[in-house]
Design a protein around this ligand. Structure first.
Ligand code: ADP
Length: 420
């Protein structure tokens, strides 16, 4: 009877006992989870929660993960420090820009070369700090070539800036101090220009005397051959000086070419008729597909046309053919000279516009070349924002293409009306 009563009582209390035991267990588990959370994400020491059941294994795993994470952090820190030290040792300015061209980071050299301030300039648009119209245009345009800009911190300084896109719309701007190189280049150019001008006058005098002597009947006949050779060499020197002066003028001009109306038709017909009068006349064909004009400097455009046609004539043996084309589209104007001459090996093409570079110096000199023609063409075209393209195959012929931008090409000459 007593036992039955006790059992009855116990049965009545059982849910409460079970509930209390379950609650204690849940609290214990929650406390362990809290400890794991603290150990994993808040760096607190791992307490000895691992005593029985699954907990020791979990404990070991937590410690392992934490050690790995700490080692990774230490590695990253070391790497960041190494990158920071190496970039601050670099003498070139390095600036990281985001997609909106705002400054994200820069190295120590950028403080000196660009005048950037780490306290105020992070997050600032780079154009607000490097206030140069060409740089701003460069920032939004094609960035395949470096840009030369005046230094924002020194009056006579010059910087070469190269933008390198990387990652997601990010840009790395590298700035190099090229003040010394620019100064040297200017000195070289001035020297060549001065020397050429100084040599011109004595050469004119020598050439005048030689001209008179070469055609003077009183000069002994055995002097004729040396005199005419001297005259030939003096004429060559005069031509080299003329080309050197022209090239230096083109290189030194700061402003782009003027915007005068130049008629390719008139200039090309003039050159073609000059060649047609030669004996033997080359097989030169003019194909004028457009009457559009070029907005530029007439002497420079003429020089581009003349140099390319004269090269085609000089490097195309008799029996060959030369096609000269002028055409215009909405993209701009295209002038090309294609010949069936000796051609140029592919690997030499990039060198052709260097001063005095010739594939065959003997052949070039013998045909009256100075080695400066293509350098003049390249610079004259650059002053018209144009581009030179060269296609050639050795033994088969060459094509030289000059592309003028749309803003330099007009459909017809606008004749200004004058009232009487
Ligand atoms: P050059 O006075 O020697 O012609 P350029 O600067 O005009 O000087 O040309 C440089 C070199 O390029 C030439 O010496 C020649 O080797 C090569 N070249 C130029 N045009 C042609 C062409 N149409 N065909 C073959 N080679 C050419």
């Amino acid at each position: 009877m007593v036992a039955a009563t006790a059992a009855g009582l116990l049965m009545g209390q059982l849910p409460w006992v079970l509930f209390a035991a379950l609650s204690a267990y849940v609290v214990r588990v929650l406390y362990k989870v809290y400890q794991i959370d603290q150990a994993l994400f808040h760096g607190t020491r791992v307490a000895s929660f691992a005593t029985s059941g699954l907990w020791p294994e979990l404990h070991a795993k937590v410690i392992n993960i934490r050690e790995k994470s700490r080692a990774r952090k230490r590695r990253h820190l070391r790497l960041v420090r190494a990158v920071q030290e190496s970039t601050s040792a670099i003498s070139d300015a390095g600036v990281i820009l985001n997609a909106a061209h705002e400054i994200v980071w820069f190295n120590r050299a950028a403080r000196e070369l660009l005048g950037l301030n780490p306290d105020t300039d992070i997050g600032t648009h780079i154009a607000n700090l490097v206030r140069n119209p060409e740089f701003i245009e460069y920032l939004g345009g094609e960035q395949d070539q470096p840009l030369l800009v005046p230094s924002p911190v020194s009056e006579s300084g010059m910087l070469e800036i190269q933008l390198i896109p990387y990652g997601r719309d990010q840009l790395l701007a590298i700035g190099r101090d090229v003040t010394h190189q620019v100064h040297l280049e200017r000195t070289r150019r001035d020297f060549v220009a001065n020397a050429s001008h100084e040599l011109r006058s004595p050469l004119t005098v020598i050439s005048g005397y030689l001209d008179t002597l070469a055609y003077d009947d009183e000069v002994p006949s055995d002097w004729k051959a040396p005199l005419s050779e001297m005259l030939r060499q003096v004429r060559r020197m005069t031509q080299i000086l003329r080309d050197l002066i022209e090239l230096t003028r083109l290189e030194s001009a700061d402003e782009p070419a003027s915007f005068d109306f130049v008629s390719p038709r008139e200039n090309l017909e003039r050159i073609a008729s000059e060649y047609a009068a030669r004996k033997p006349a080359p097989n030169l064909n003019l194909d004028l597909q457009s009457d559009a004009g070029i907005l530029g400097t007439e002497t420079e455009v003429y020089s581009i046309f003349y140099n390319l046609i004269s090269n085609a004539v000089r490097f195309t043996p008799s029996g060959g053919r030369i096609d000269v084309v002028w055409d215009s589209t909405s993209d701009g104007g295209v002038f090309s000279v294609a010949d069936t001459g000796i051609g140029i090996a592919e690997e030499l093409i990039p060198r052709l516009t260097e001063r005095f570079y010739r594939v065959d110096p003997g052949r070039s000199r013998a045909s009256g070349g100075t080695g400066l023609g293509l350098a003049i063409v390249k610079h004259a075209l650059q002053r018209h924002e144009g581009k030179l393209e060269i296609f050639s195959e050795e033994g088969k012929g060459s094509t030289f293409v000059c592309r003028f931008p749309a803003n330099r090409v007009v459909e017809r000459k606008v004749v200004s009306q004058s009232s009487v």
